[in-house]
Design a protein around this ligand. Structure first.
Ligand SMILES: [Zn+2]
Length: 637
């Protein structure tokens, strides 16, 4: 899903009301339908819809199987209270039900044995006057113009228009979707268009989804449409029907722009394996909700390449493999956001991609805290948080690509995740982690613990010994962006540049304070921290300059600590006045040690600081006649 701000505003009141309603019932102890006593396997929707209202009427058949039913054989479904149940049948016999708040409790005909199949047929109607679930609008955004009605179910909207088991983990195996509408209109929906049956003043569209599908990915859009159809041929010679539904007024422009879908599909197949719904179709249908990745038919405002690339990525990540709970929604949205960036990298170049990632980083770090994994929440603004679920989830994948070491390894991990045992099922963050670990052969628990569940991001401070251009030293100090932030262990790239050298070194930053020594055959004049912006750290690549390009002699200066006492060891070529100055990581001078006149040669002088030093990395500089020496040292507790 993309661009939800309008919907967020509109749904805010509904969600609050829904929660209050849920709390009002003593039986209603779960927010979602975590009713494990049964699983829904198949749904048949047979609904009357008309684009000039949000009115809906008809029946929903839920074919399920029992696990272990409760002693009273009652199961829980969800249905918005503004929709009225007219009658309800269990295996053809009227069944007892109670519709309390947004929950529908049904007492089954029998206490079915485990794996026994039962059918529920629910006739209902209603006019959900609050927005959400079904949205009525007008083409061209002109009130009174050509009307349109469409569903918006992600994340909590399914129950606003049909009785469902509101739980992502219970994926349906297949669905038949019948929509009857006025003859002037068409209905776009999931899977294959089986038939259009003409009635007296209406016609009925029968769509069949033969692949597994989650409840919130069942959708329809109904208005006056032009359809644009062609066959997409895959690299292996197979083909899939492309069927777009566009407003007649924008058919030409949409048709030209949607040609890009063929290139996007080819690229995604190359990266992530076969399009998951090859035997059915793919298409774009116009609506007014930003973008929504309904299975085999993405809804998009227009043919904006970012929106189309995003929703098409969801066909693999979101639809073929669906987040198991809304806490893991980054598995949908973080993926679609990053893949949209990767598509832009192919299409528009590396520089544009870099700009996109910098914008993502600036957005994420505009606030200090938050996790990719969403805490339990009924707020759509949390589940679909643009900064954390979309952008931080996107940057998590960017860093995973870096940690895995190559695009080959990265795409293999994603391909095996979406084509392996989880395909057509649901996944948690742990499932994705385990899949990547299996594909890469690496233990990446540290990475996922930090970045899926860790609050905020690291903030780095750097200190750079810039006096010896052949043997530079760099100290990296890391603090979290919030007091709840973990320590983020990460590999870090450093680019060293000089008149005749340009090389990248990679170090592992595995402690809050770490110092690194380097040695180069040629002088370096500057170092760039994280030159390719792989790290989410709130800073763009930083350049530290060397002040002197002259090679300095090997420094004999050394400071060692023994409890609260230190020894300063050095060697000087001439007799004369010696001074040592101590600097902190930010380059601030914190103390000066006049050592008086010293003879040429080696010395070892005890030093007991008379000021308190906090633990950390420091630099010291020794000035003596004919000698200037620099060293770094660490003061521990
Ligand atoms: Zn999305």
């Amino acid at each position: 899903m993309r661009s939800l701000f309008l919907l967020i505003t509109l749904l805010g009141g509904i969600l609050t009301a829904g929660r209050a309603s849920a709390q009002s019932s003593s039986q209603d102890t779960v927010v979602f339908d975590n009713d494990s006593s049964f699983d829904v396997d198949y749904v048949k929707l047979d609904l009357w819809v008309t684009p000039d209202t949000q009115y809906v009427a008809g029946s929903v058949e839920l074919r399920s199987h029992a696990n272990v039913l409760r002693p009273d054989s009652t199961i829980q479904l969800s249905l918005w209270p503004q929709l009225s149940v007219d009658s309800l049948f269990c295996d053809g016999v009227p069944a007892y039900f109670r519709h309390i708040g947004d929950k529908l409790y049904v007492t089954l005909l029998h206490n079915y044995a485990p794996n026994a199949v039962f059918d529920l047929l629910i006739y209902y109607h209603g006019y959900p006057t609050d927005w959400g679930g079904l949205v009525h609008y007008w083409q061209g955004r002109k009130p009174g113009g050509i009307p349109i009605v469409y569903s918006t179910s992600e994340p909590f909207g399914t129950k606003y228009w049909w009785p469902c088991k509101d739980n992502n983990a219970d994926k349906l195996n297949s669905a038949d979707l019948y929509f009857t509408c006025p003859k002037a209109d068409m209905v776009g929906s999931e899977g294959t268009l089986v038939s259009i049956t003409e009635n007296d003043t209406s016609h009925t569209f029968h769509w069949h989804e033969s692949y597994p599908i989650d409840h919130y990915l069942i959708a329809f859009v109904c208005t006056e449409f032009d359809t644009l159809t062609h066959w997409h041929y895959w690299a292996d010679g197979d083909s899939t029907k492309i069927m777009d539904f566009v407003f007649p007024s924008s058919a030409d422009t949409m048709g030209n722009a949607l040609i890009q879908v063929d290139s996007i599909l080819n690229q995604y197949e190359q990266w992530f394996g076969p399009y998951p719904f090859r035997n059915e179709k793919y298409g774009i249908a116009q609506f007014y909700g930003g973008g929504m990745e309904n299975e085999t038919l993405s809804f998009c405002n227009d043919a904006d390449s970012g929106t189309v690339a995003h929703e098409t990525a969801h066909q693999w990540f979101g639809d073929a493999v669906t987040c198991k709970t809304w806490n893991d929604c980054w598995l949908n949205e973080g993926f679609a956001t990053y893949i949209t960036g990767l598509w832009a990298r192919v299409h528009d170049g590396e520089a544009y991609f870099d700009t996109l990632m910098k914008e993502q980083e600036q957005f994420i770090t505009s606030k200090p805290g938050g996790t990719v994994h969403t805490p339990d929440s009924l707020l759509i603004t949390d589940v679909l948080d643009p900064r954390l679920v979309y952008s931080k989830g996107c940057f998590l994948l960017h860093m995973l690509r870096f940690v895995l070491g190559s695009d080959t390894a990265f795409f293999r991990c994603l391909r095996e995740y979406v084509t392996g045992p989880l395909r057509y099922g649901v996944a948690s963050s742990e499932d994705f982690e385990h899949s990547v670990e299996k594909s890469s052969g690496r233990n990446l628990k540290w990475f996922f613990d930090e970045w899926v569940y860790g609050d905020g991001y690291p903030i780095y401070s750097l200190a750079w010994d810039y006096h010896d251009s052949y043997h530079p030293a760099l100290a990296i100090s890391e603090t979290g962006s919030t007091s709840a932030s973990p320590f983020f262990e990460m590999p870090i790239q450093l680019e060293f540049i000089g008149p005749s050298i340009d090389t990248i070194a990679e170090v592992l930053d595995d402690a809050p304070l770490k110092a690194f020594d380097f040695s180069f055959p040629k002088p370096v004049t500057k170092v760039i921290f994280d030159p390719h912006n792989w790290l989410l750290d709130g800073s763009l690549p930083r350049t530290l300059a060397v002040h002197s390009e002259q090679p300095a002699p090997e420094s004999a200066l050394d400071i060692t600590q023994d409890l609260n006492a230190f020894t300063i060891a050095f060697s000087i070529p001439q007799t004369g006045e010696v001074t040592v100055k101590i600097y902190d990581l930010l380059g601030r001078q914190v103390c000066t040690l006049p050592l008086g006149v010293q003879q040429n040669g080696s010395h070892s002088i005890p030093w007991r600081p008379n000021i308190g030093f906090s633990p950390g990395c420091y630099f010291c500089r020794l000035d003596a006649p004919g000698s200037e020496q620099v060293a770094h040292f660490i003061i521990s507790n």
